[in-house]
Structures are given as C-alpha cells and as structure tokens.
Design a protein around this ligand. Sequence first.
Ligand code: ZN
Length: 282
Amino acid sequence: MRHFLRCALLLALGSSALASAAPVSAHDHDHDGQATYLANEAVMVEKGDVKILFDPLFNQSYGTYLLVPEDLRKTMMKGEAPFDNIDIVFISHAHGDHFSAQPMLEFLRNHSQTKLVASTQAVEALRKVTTKEDTHIFERITTLTLGPDDPPLRFILDGVEIDAVRIPHAGGPGRASVQNYVLRVALDSDTRVMHMGDSDPAMRFFAPLDAHWQEKRTRLAMPPYWFFLSDEGRKIMDEHLNAEHYTGVHVPANAEAVRRQYPDALKDADLFTRPSETRALD
Ligand SMILES: [Zn+2]
C-alpha cells in the first residue's frame, strides 16, 4: 500500500509538473509534437520541451537494414539541432541493429543531462566498454529488469511517465532470452508514443495485457512492420494496443522490394522508410 501511495504521489507530481510547464520557450524544439524517423527502429520524438530518442545508436545493418546516415549521426553525437537537449534515450533491446555499446557510451559522455532507459543486457554491454572515469554515467541509467511474465512497470523519469512491458522478441523460442521491451512514453498528459522493439506479433503475448493497453490511449505506435503482414498482427493493432495511428518501422533498406513482396498486406500500411521523414503527433 505504501508503495502504491508513493507511486500515486509521483504520478500526481509528474502530471502537475507537465501541466505547469511554461508554454513558450526559446528552444527550437518547443513546438507541436512530431516523430522523426532516423533508420531501422531509430526514432526521435518531441513535444513541448520533451525530446526523446528510441534505439538511436547502432552499428549493424546486417546487410539488410538502414543505418542512421552519417551526417545525422554526427549531428546527434554533437548534440546539435535537431538533436539538442535530448532528455531520455530508450533502448528496446540489445541487438546490433538497435544498440551498440561504444557509440551509446560516447553519447552519454558527451551529454551529461541525458538519461538512458535500457535492459539489463544493454546496460551490461555498456559496462564492458566503460572505464573508471565513466562510473558517474550509471547514475543516469534506469535499468529495466522485468522478467518474461512480470506485469507492466510504470515509472516517472524527469516528469515523463514511462510504461515498460516485456514482450518476447520475434523469431520464436530461440530468441526467448532477449530482453525486448514495449515502451509507452507520455510526452505530455495526453500525448503518448509506443515503441515496440522487435516484438513477436502473437496474440498470446498481447491479449492478456489488455487492461494495460486500454488504460492509456497512444497517439502513435511504431510496431515492427511485420505486424502488418499477418492477420494476428493486424488484430493486435486494431483490437488491443489502443493507438490512434500505427507507423511501421524496421523496414529493410529496400522498402520498395518489401512492398512488392507483400502488396496486399502493405497496401494501406504507413511505414517509416526514409531517414528524416516525420509524422505529426497532433
Ligand atoms: Zn532484435
């Protein structure tokens, strides 16, 4: 009970802090909500004075997926607009096409205000590349430690409400050890985005969590594009995830070939395919 009360208080503090945020700021990112695609599952999302990144720094394309273009990556590393004042970086899971420890460490060294939210596996990988001088970086890291059957976790970081759920990685039992997270993040009291990592589009993982999905409406969910390829994936989106709009990510670099391969399934699918393309959150 005490734990519950403390959470409720945190939630109340978080929402009032958001509600009282000054509406005008000199920051160039203080504008209407938008999601900007960077590559694969790397997306920047901003609204008001909150700016976050999902899966932004990774080195592997596996010969199939887009890497973040070099100019964007350099700008991100330097923290220049539009990548200035990043509040939180989220990692969905520690696979090489989503996360690489070395560039993530460099980013955290360069950006002393930025927080990181990541799985135990990602944080362990980060620890392996750190030196003694990097110890303080771990004070800014929130490690997600949910087990496969744990209930969703809600917490507030710098006034930003975050819901995390473990959903198995696509690809079957062979991938069961991968700590893959679906993250629902509130940019303000009624603007949420959902990043799904490499979730398995199987109803048995999503339907039991219906109370979680229904509790908060999501403005934009970003499932891996394979959710559009099966009736089950479609049904998860249509009947469970409770999002207003779905934009698929993790589309192979040759997006045209993918659309040719699945003409019917992807006919009406909104997909992120070109770095720097955006979707409005309003
Ligand atoms: Zn993966």
